[in-house]
Design a binder for this molecule. Structure first.
Ligand code: CP
Ligand code: NVA
Length: 352
């Protein structure tokens, strides 16, 4: 664990497979420690005592913000949240200058942005005037969503008791988005079989597939990329959905046309051939028509959007197979683990 101290987490491959596994195990330990405190036991360890953490968001967020904010507080740190509109960032001031200012005042920086190159520039420039480098955590870019992965594979490990190539997680939908790319790489690094089921136009970028194939050789995971739903979902232990139009995109019509056959519904769940397949979703989800965006999509594209959800039906979302709120809860535990490992006083961790 000590080897991660001082390092940034910008994408999955910044850490080794063993380190990702350590983060998952630490997440579980931090969750258990918090549960002990809630039931009147010892208080949680203040691994981040008196640290200052900046939470910079260029896109909106619910889970990631709450996880960093409450997580940092539970660990003894102070946070300042910067929303997408009310600072100089991204308008009057460059990523590099902002990073230097942040590093001068804070010990760690969470950043949710657009281009991964901005994330890399943030980390490169997050150095204070005395030359001290500060860790940067990627809270989501157009390319990757690494903090989500620790929560998702923690959820899978809790469900199945372990991670390995006897487990298949199948992502269905926009296979080129941040979550699909991250699942393919993180899952393969952790030895889990990842299937990406997506139309040809929306299959993962070739450099991402190459990374996954390289790790697959090391870990024995068997990744699969296919446009064939029957082939892709067969035998899956988990089906994973994400929105078809990600933040920063505005191509509803194209996506609805391409992804019409890729909705996770009861029929698709049955095609796994298993009764115990779980549903995963990073959230937010369009599983019914009750949100503003889902209503707009339904009104604008009546022939392409039905009454029963977009990427996942309400029936499957609300079924006993849904694990999306476990994932959401695990975001806080796993984000705490990432902060502890990279910024915390790990000598306080009994297993360090
Ligand atoms: N899953 C996720 O990142 O959620 P938020 O966009 O609400 O942070
Ligand atoms: N792919 C989604 C993930 C949201 C957590 C997006 O980028 O909007």
């Amino acid at each position: 664990l000590r080897g991660m101290n001082g390092r940034s987490f910008l994408k999955e491959i910044d850490f080794t497979p063993a380190e990702l596994q350590e983060l998952i195990n630490l997440s579980i330990d931090l969750r258990d420690e918090l549960e002990t405190q809630k039931s009147g036991g010892a208080t949680v360890t203040k691994y981040l005592h008196d640290k200052n953490v900046i939470l910079l968001f260029s896109k909106t967020s619910t889970r990631t913000r709450l996880s960093f904010e409450f997580g940092a507080d539970e660990l003894g740190a102070n946070t300042v949240y910067i929303d997408p509109n009310s600072s100089q960032f991204g308008k009057k001031e460059s990523v590099a200058d902002s990073a230097k200012v942040f590093a001068g005042m804070a010990d760690g920086i969470e950043y949710r942005g657009f281009a991964q190159s901005d994330m890399e520039a943030m980390a490169e420039n997050a150095v204070d005037t005395k030359g001290r480098k500060k860790p940067v955590w990627n809270g989501l870019t157009d390319e990757w969503h690494p903090t989500q992965m620790i929560a998702d594979f923690m959820t899978l490990q809790e469900e199945f008791g372990h991670l390995g190539n006897d487990i298949t997680l199948t992502f269905v939908g926009d296979g080129r988005n941040n979550v699909a790319h991250s699942l393919l790489v993180a899952g393969t690094m952790l030895g889990v079989n990842i299937h990406i089921v997506a139309p040809k136009e929306l299959q993962p970028a070739s450099d991402v597939i190459e990374i996954a194939e390289k790790y697959a050789k090391e870990t024995g995971a068997k990744p699969m990329i296919t446009s064939d739903v029957d082939e892709g979902v067969k035998g899956s232990n988990a089906l994973y959905a994400d929105v078809w139009v990600s933040m920063g995109e505005d191509n509803w019509e194209e996506r609805l046309n391409l992804l019409g056959d890729y909705q996770i519904n009861a029929e698709m769940m049955a095609k796994t051939g298993r009764k115990d397949t779980i549903l995963m979703h990073c959230l937010p989800a369009y599983h019914d028509m009750n949100t503003k965006m889902a209503k707009e999509a339904h009104e604008n594209f009546p022939g392409l959007v039905g009454e029963d959800g977009i990427e996942v039906t309400n029936e499957v979302f609300e079924s006993a197979q849904g694990r999306q709120f476990e994932e959401a809860e695990n975001r806080k535990h796993s984000i705490k683990a990432i902060m502890v490992a990279t910024l915390g006083d790990v000598s306080m961790y009994p297993k360090a």
